[in-house]
Design a protein around this ligand. Structure first.
Ligand SMILES: [Zn+2]
Length: 61
């Protein structure tokens, strides 16, 4: 996975429902595990997107 240079704040997006209410719950042998508070998704795959100064996620298309 390619990492973009971080210019500002970023947020994590749930790959299932697109919610930003994703938090890191554990680091394990499999890597980091995230939990979505909205749809209860759990997994190591999350999207990351830039946010504007006011915290609004910027759509990457
Ligand atoms: Zn979700």
């Amino acid at each position: 996975m390619r990492r973009r240079p971080k210019r500002g704040k970023t947020v994590l997006l749930c790959p299932k429902c697109g919610s930003v209410r994703v938090s890191l719950i554990a680091g394990s042998i499999l890597g980091q595990v995230y939990h979505c508070q909205k749809c209860d998704y759990q997994g190591s795959l999350v999207f990351e997107t830039d946010v504007a100064d006011d915290g609004t996620p910027i759509s990457q298309g």
